[in-house]
Design a protein around this ligand. Structure first.
Ligand code: ADP
Length: 620
């Protein structure tokens, strides 16, 4: 793949293009690669956090609660009125039936209205809440340090912003209300029943312990399974994203079958957890139904005996029969919604997990801004180790004067990319320091530091939008004329004008539709527009057609003119022209100097050049 220039201002990640395919090829699981540390967060803490969001809408929430109370009261009143009607109008043959009917109609109408109001208000609250959560999560993701992303799959993170938040939303919409109204209904039903006939109430409730035990067992099983399902879904999303973005490599290595097999394995895990979660939770209504019928039989049978003994009226049996249905329904709802709530809590926990991650370390209080950077860079005894690893960069020292080009050369894994990441402060050295124009880079605000740099990397970042906007990414307030000037300097103008819509041509998200070389020219234009003092170029490892190659080299010469340039170099041509060559091996500088001087030394560099040059490219 040919490298494409892009400004450092872009949200690039040091994710090697090979990594996706490598993982696919090796069939690594997301759990193995992007493993999250299990956190000691618990449900009550997650609920507390969720509450802190909801409390912002306390007025509306109170209104919802009032509506839930009213609707519960109306739904209690309905059967009560029906029972009373039987006693008055059927048994006693009282008058006033029409008024009574109207009264009942009003009660049922009010029940519907209150249900409807509580539902739309709660939807509004939940949508606002998840809107805020999504914004916060997205913003937070952009403030997280690069190491966080290198440890995780993108798809898995995406799953949190989409699926998990959606779960929170749907359960806030319905479950919260349902759980609350179920509890109210339960209390109401039991109270009225007790007041009418304590003995019959007791008999009706004989089935409750059975119900509770059954439900407890089922929810315990399903809660675990729903959690697993969500985790598996995140895993699958991660895998899809990874293999799609690494598609070329998957194809190039003919790993389609391996990838599909690994996909099937993950898909199967979702199927299994989904199957069991839904099958087991599907038992709940069946169980409830059976117990409901049992309770109905008790009421009808024993109630009839009571009526015959004049202990209660027929109306009371009707009320009890209705209520017994009404109290199993909330129990049923509670059990069902409990699962949804659990999955929402699991989702919320995963969201809060990300929100709880430490952001990129804040700039030190004393950190300042550099208005202008000339481009003098000094690495002063820099040592650095990635988390949990031995030193990757070992006591590296060199200095670059403004405008110089420095070529970083060395075998794969020598630490070239890591040096660059230290330069732009994705990581900070564990000891030693990096000086920019004499200022310790840790004393410069990250954003300011990076605004003086532009980056050239192997992996293109072109977004869906016009060519003009893609170039403008280097300097958001650039005028159209400036964009065109930059494009001309980058030798991109001619090809842009040949496109049907010129500068207004829309690029696809992956930048397809234009050639690799053209992508690179656009990226050079972007970097020219950014006008950085320090340029970092990750040079191509593969060749491109000669005409475009010449255009690119010419554009690069213009871009590098007068700027301090760090080049991860592979082309002998580039290396020869560099003012300094730094040869790295195992994180340490083994040779340093000009091309001629290093050749004279007849050391590692000279053997590299003499032994491993192929077609003008230094192959490793
Ligand atoms: P180069 O660019 O010269 O190929 P790198 O700087 O990418 O080398 O890598 C240097 C060493 O650091 C390698 O051994 C690599 O495996 C390791 N490394 C690179 N990135 C990470 C990371 N994010 N976490 C842990 N180790 C890393």
């Amino acid at each position: 793949m040919y490298p494409v220039l892009s400004s450092l201002k872009e949200p690039f990640q040091y994710r090697r293009p090979e990594s996706a395919a490598a993982a696919a090829v090796e069939g690594q699981t997301a759990g193995g690669k992007g493993k999250r540390k299990p956190r000691a967060k618990n449900t009550s803490q997650t609920l507390k956090q969720m509450w802190s969001y909801l409390i912002a809408y306390k007025g509306r929430l109170a209104a919802v609660i009032v509506m839930v109370m009213l609707s519960s009261a109306f739904s209690l009143l309905g059967p009560y009125l029906a029972g009373t009607a039987i006693d008055h109008f059927l048994v006693n043959r009282d008058s006033g039936f029409v008024v009574f009917l109207i009264g009942m109609a009003v009660v049922y109408a009010l029940h519907s209205v209150t249900m409807w109001l509580q539902s739309i208000w709660m939807i509004a609250i939940s949508q606002k809440t998840v809107y805020l959560m999504r914004v916060q999560l997205f913003e937070h993701l952009h403030r997280l340090p690069i190491p966080y992303f290198s440890k995780r799959q993108h798809g898995e993170l995406m799953s949190r912003v989409t699926n998990d938040i959606e779960n929170v939303s749907s359960s806030l919409n319905s479950s919260v209300i349902q759980v609350f109204s179920s509890v109210l209904l339960l209390i109401g039903t039991v109270s009225v029943m007790l007041s009418l006939s304590p003995l019959l109430t007791l008999l009706t409730f004989l089935v409750v312990p059975l119900m509770l035990m059954g439900m407890k067992w089922i929810t315990k099983q399903t809660g675990r399974l729903f959690k697993a399902q969500q985790r598996n879904l995140g895993d699958l999303n991660g895998y899809i994203e990874e293999t799609l973005s690494g598609q070329r490599i998957v194809k190039a290595f003919s790993q389609e079958q391996t990838v599909i097999a690994a996909f099937k394995e993950r898909n199967e895990r979702i199927r299994l957890s989904g199957f069991w979660a839904q099958t087991i939770s599907g038992f709940i209504p069946k169980l409830m139904n059976a117990l409901n019928n049992l309770s109905f039989a008790i009421i009808a049978g024993i109630g009839a005996i009571f009526v015959l003994n004049d202990a209660i009226t027929v109306g009371v049996i009707v009320i009890f029969a209705e209520y017994s249905r009404q109290f199993t329904r909330p129990l049923n709802d509670l059990a069902n919604q409990w699962n949804t709530l659990l999955s929402a809590v699991a989702g919320a926990e995963r969201v809060f997990d990300v929100l709880g991650e430490e952001e990129e370390r804040k700039d030190e209080g004393t950190a300042g801004e550099l208005a202008e950077v000339k481009g003098a860079v000094v690495f002063d005894h820099v040592t650095f180790a990635y988390e949990g690893r031995t030193a990757t960069i070992n006591d590296v020292s060199f200095s670059v004067s403004p405008g110089e080009t420095i070529a970083l050369v060395g075998p794969t894994g020598a630490g070239k990319t890591t040096l660059i990441q230290l330069l732009c402060r994705f990581y900070d050295p564990s000891s030693g320091s990096i000086l920019i124009d004499g200022h310790d880079s840790r004393e410069v605000k990250r954003e300011n530091l990076r605004s003086h740099m532009a980056f050239v990397m192997q992996d293109p970042f072109l977004f869906e939008g016009t060519i003009r906007d893609n170039i403008r990414y280097g300097k958001l307030d650039a005028s159209d004329t400036e964009v065109e000037q930059a494009a001309r300097l980058a030798n991109a103008h001619t090809f842009i004008m040949r496109l049907k819509d010129g500068y207004h041509a829309i690029l696809k998200p992956d930048g397809s539709g234009i050639s690799q070389g053209q992508k690179q020219l656009l990226a050079i234009a972007r970097a020219i527009l950014a006008n950085p003092s320090i340029l970092v170029l990750d040079e191509a490892t593969s060749s491109i057609d000669t005409v475009t190659e010449i255009k690119i080299q010419e554009a690069l010469q213009r871009l590098m003119q007068g700027r301090t340039s760090f080049v991860i170099a592979h082309r002998l041509n580039t290396i020869q022209q560099a003012d300094q060559i730094v040869v790295l091996q195992d994180g340490a500088i083994i040779e340093k100097g000009s091309h001629a001087k290093l050749l004279e030394q007849k050391g590692f560099y000279s053997s590299l050049v003499n032994g491993q040059m192929n077609n003008g490219l230094l192959v490793e």
